[in-house]
Design a protein around this ligand. Sequence first.
Ligand SMILES: NC(=O)c1ccc[n+]([C@@H]2O[C@H](COP(=O)([O-])OP(=O)(O)OC[C@H]3O[C@@H](n4cnc5c(N)ncnc54)[C@H](OP(=O)(O)O)[C@@H]3O)[C@@H](O)[C@H]2O)c1
Length: 296
Amino acid sequence: MTIIVTGASGLLGTPLVAALRGAGERVVTLVRREPRGGDEAFWQPAEGVLDPAVLAGARAVVHLAGAPIAGRRWSAAYKSELVRSRVEGTRLLVGALGRLSQRPEVLVSASGIDFYGDTGDRVIDESAGKGSGFLPDLCERWEAEARAAGELGMRTAQLRTGLVLSGRDGALGKMLPIFRIGLGAPLGTGRQYWSWISDQDWLAATLRILDTPGLSGPVNLTSPTPVTNAEFTRELGAALRRPTMPVPVPGFALTLGVGDFAKELLSGHRILPAKLTDSGFVFTHTSLGEALRAVL
Ligand SMILES: NC(=O)c1ccc[n+]([C@@H]2O[C@H](COP(=O)([O-])OP(=O)(O)OC[C@H]3O[C@@H](n4cnc5c(N)ncnc54)[C@H](OP(=O)(O)O)[C@@H]3O)[C@@H](O)[C@H]2O)c1
């Protein structure tokens, strides 16, 4: 019995695959290049290529693939790529699962807290509805494709992930060079909430979801202690022992730099991990300062 992982080379996929293999699981990763050995199988989501036979005998699928959200300028063409890679890639995967006579038990699929949109200071858990805007619409379509595996008799869980703190890359990795030279600054008003999770807690939560039959549907992967962007800026500067700028980066300057992604950086997400907490999951990192010191 194997576990299939897509997006396995990414920030979250790499440690997940290592942890699963470390625990003795057989993992087959779906790769978009020539496979290098029996632990890899080819798929090409952009061209609709996936042989269902490579999924046969799997007990679980973890689907993380998608064009990178952070760190690129969001042109109209790139926004289409963000949608296509997630919505069509998930449809392709679930379509292939539907052609198996014996299906895996569970599809754990990536999503984001961006589903909720800009919720300001409101405290939000999984019972909240979809927000409005590009990323909420994207997440809704992405999750709907993944939920279709439920009609095949599989348990499905959608990982509504917050900002994952990892020293390797991701959003934090992109902030580090600026903060290291003392130019870190609040974004916009700095009052918008950011919901974060350490890479260690993300991994533990995902493994918990994978093996807990009662955890299904959308699950928020965020620490129970969201902070404002201004607090995040202060804590990151302190963790790096670097000063931060007292003057915030205005919204228009952010838009010039990163296009429509600026809206996401300026949006408030005060999200609680209600389902994880109710399931008895214990976070290792609930203090942002400690989490930053651990990952850095
Ligand atoms: N990291 C976070 O803070 C965060 C927060 C919220 C949601 N998420 C979501 O969680 C998932 C995993 O996150 P991550 O940080 O590990 O992402 P990542 O580092 O960008 O990795 C995503 C992986 O997807 C594959 N990929 C890249 N471009 C693709 C494309 N055009 N079409 C299909 N596959 C493509 C690549 O794997 P291969 O080359 O191996 O195919 C890549 O390594 C993503 O869907 C992301 O949106 C992450």
